[in-house]
Design a protein. Structure first.
Length: 237
């Protein structure tokens, strides 16, 4: 390799490192305006991508906890890292989004080491892995704003599970306190909320499609429950 190519590669590596550090810092600084962010992050002892799991943009697969007065937020922290390779999708903030779930379950205020056993973390983790594996989930949100997804075999509160063991989640309901976007070094990213649906609400979304998702999101806004997953609530459908 020529001296010029070595110099260019070193310069690209330094730029990638700078943008990664700045991205991490900007996300943490933002969440600190919303609530108290733990000094440590939630992560794996062994990265799942080394065992066949989807790769995250920089390789970092981390999550953070934000404690508010009445609720706790768990958020992905790494889907919007810049890609590891300097040439890979140059000057892009990874997948261009991060997901979060806000919940009123007080057990989320326990030791950080226990959070990975909580159903809310499991839900966020599965959503994040889906986004990491998807070729361009951001494009779907650019087109539709409000989306939904279904899971099975997650230990969420029983009244959110239908008779077939299916769990519905509405994605992108606007929060009155959390911004829909965040400016990072290369571009703005989307911050996307997750809200558990009751079986009746899930069935309504299935039947009504995009219009049903929008109407349900509006209903949550009018009820002032917004994007928050309340562990005990009545179905709005």
């Amino acid at each position: 390799m020529s001296l010029f190519l070595k110099w260019k590669q070193k310069k690209q590596e330094k730029e990638a490192e700078r943008v990664l550090e700045e991205s991490i810092s900007k996300r943490k600084d933002y969440w600190n305006t919303i609530g108290h962010v733990d000094g440590d992050v939630l992560t794996h002892l062994l990265n799942p991508m080394f065992f066949g799991g989807p790769a995250w943009p920089s390789g970092r697969q981390t999550f953070i906890r934000v404690q508010k007065t009445e609720t706790v937020i768990l958020a992905s922290d790494g889907l919007s890292d810049p890609f590891q390779s300097p040439e890979e999708k140059s000057r892009k903030q990874g997948k261009g989004l991060e997901f979060y779930i806000e919940c009123d379950d007080e057990s989320l205020r326990g030791p950080l080491s226990d959070i990975q056993d909580h159903w809310a973390f499991d839900l966020l983790y599965q959503m994040s892995q889906n986004a990491a594996a998807h070729p361009n989930m951001l494009e779907l949100f650019m087109k539709h704003d409000i989306l939904s997804i279904e899971f099975t075999d997650l230990d969420v509160p029983s009244h959110f599970v239908n008779k077939n063991g299916e769990i519905g989640v509405l994605l992108g309901v606007q929060s009155p306190s959390v911004s829909a976007s965040l400016s990072l070094p290369y571009e703005s990213i989307k911050l996307i909320s997750m809200k558990l649906l009751t079986p009746n609400e899930l069935e309504y979304v299935r039947e009504q499609g995009a219009q049903g998702r929008r109407q349900l999101a509006e209903t949550f806004q009018l009820s002032k429950s917004y994007h928050i997953t309340m562990t005990k609530r009545e179905s709005l459908i």
